[in-house]
Ligand binder design. Structure first.
Ligand SMILES: [Zn+2]
Length: 438
């Protein structure tokens, strides 16, 4: 097993300039490791590798397609015996995107993750509610919580055995203090808690915060989540299965790039230039990754990076993740993004009780459905119709639908049935379910 290498830690540098010097000093060793990757090796042949970060600009990007073409071990830069875990994500194409880590790589990931201002401690019970298979997200939070001595409840959001009703029960009975999940989960749990006769703001006094990732999050939705659960903080983390956490939130509510562990460039496709700050696509080069070193990996996420100093004292660049939400759908010549709509929906007054919404684009107008509390439907619809019309400049029709229309009540209340495959059935049982998990 390879030994954990000495990793930089917060407090080791006292300005961004010092941080960038640290990157320059570290880069040659990192590129030396990268040359052991069969995928990267040819990229260095016949040239002398860059001696500092400025020299990286001469190297080609690593794209998501490169990962797919390197499946499974074309990017492996260590002996197979050194590997600790193998992961995959799959994009819309369905082709696997591999990612792997040594124990030392995991140490790098988890020591980044625990820097978050949520400050996990041994007193915490952490519900890990992101997918375990085959991504890194749940494993990352699980190992980081263990590193801090906390208790982990591995609740997996893609598992048949942990439906929302079970999440709500365990949140309450186990006095879960922190939840690692997608932002959407916090809203679904609130609805599931109410379906179980509980009030999220009152009946979960141990819950002290959410740590969320995996979806773009507007300030309005973040505020609503905290409010729903009794005024607790909602902190963000940003990362990917290929890299683990790339940025975490400080005490001042800013998302900072872990730029002591990798080099971050912002690539502007319009000019073809990369810079340390500004708006563009995030491109990263790992400084400590052994199993799968990455050189100029283009995450295809649009970000805005700033080197403005923050009161937290971390001296790390601040990032705003704009994600791929820039996409959206056209409505009568105007492009409407999910981000814009989310902001407007969650700016509705909390007493309307709107947690769930859906929208679809027609040729000339936008059709929106919301679930509101009884007696609030008309007011909520009227308010949203106005803000969407004015804010986005598109005509829309907002309808209130009965609770259970957008998210079926059964989804929120269902328990878990038997989950081992079986072949012998009692009279009246459905034997078409032989050997099926459900
Ligand atoms: Zn900060």
């Amino acid at each position: 097993m390879n030994q954990p290498h000495a990793l930089p830690e917060l407090g080791q540098w006292s300005s961004l300039e010092e941080l960038y010097e640290l990157q320059d000093r570290r880069l040659p060793a990192a590129l030396e490791w990268a040359r052991a990757s069969p995928f990267l090796k040819p990229r260095f042949e016949g040239t002398s590798p860059p001696r500092n970060v400025a020299g990286l600009a001469g190297l080609p990007f690593t794209t998501k397609q490169d990962f797919r073409e390197s499946y499974p071990f074309g990017m492996l830069a260590v002996d197979r015996k050194e590997l600790a875990t193998y992961h995959e994500s799959s994009g819309t194409s369905g082709e696997p995107t591999p990612s792997y880590f040594t124990d030392a790589d995991w140490h790098d990931v988890t020591t980044r993750f625990v820097r978050s201002a949520v400050d996990i401690s041994p007193a915490d019970t952490v519900m890990v509610r992101t997918p375990y298979a085959m991504l890194t997200t749940a494993h990352q939070a699980h190992q980081a919580a263990r590193l801090r001595g906390a208790t982990v409840v591995p609740a997996d959001n893609r598992s048949l055995v942990t439906p929302y009703a079970r999440v709500v029960r365990t949140l309450r009975d186990l006095e879960v203090t922190l939840a690692w999940c997608l932002p959407s989960e916090a809203l679904l749990w609130a609805a599931a808690a109410r379906a179980a006769g509980l009030e999220p703001a009152r009946d979960f006094p141990a819950l002290r915060g959410f740590l969320v990732a995996g979806e773009p999050l507007t300030e309005a939705r973040r505020a609503r989540m905290g409010e729903l659960w009794g005024g607790i903080p909602v902190r963000q983390d940003y990362g990917s299965t290929e890299t683990g956490t790339l940025a975490g939130e400080c005490s001042q509510g800013q998302l900072h790039l872990w730029a002591d562990r990798f080099v971050a460039e912002v690539y502007d496709p319009a000019t073809g230039r990369s810079a340390r700050e500004g708006r563009g696509r995030l491109v990263i080069t790992t400084l400590y990754r052994r199993a799968m070193p990455l050189v100029r990996y283009d995450l295809e996420d649009t970000v805005e990076v700033s080197s403005a100093e923050c009161d937290c004292g971390w001296h790390l660049p601040v990032v705003r993740v704009l994600g791929r939400s820039a996409g959206g759908v056209p409505v009568g010549g105007v492009r409407v993004t999910p981000h814009q709509l989310e902001q407007l929906v969650f700016e509705l007054p909390v007493e309307h009780g709107v947690l769930f919404w859906r929208a679809r684009a027609g040729e000339k107008r936008l059709e929106i459905e919301i679930e509101a509390f009884q007696g609030h439907s008309a007011a909520a619809c009227a308010a949203l119709e106005v803000t969407v019309g004015i804010g986005l400049g598109v005509p829309c029709e907002v309808r209130s639908v009965p609770a259970g229309t957008i998210v079926p009540l059964e989804t929120l209340t269902r328990g878990h049935g038997f989950v081992k495959p079986k072949s012998l059935f009692a009279p009246g049982e459905d034997w078409d379910k032989a050997l099926i998990y459900y």
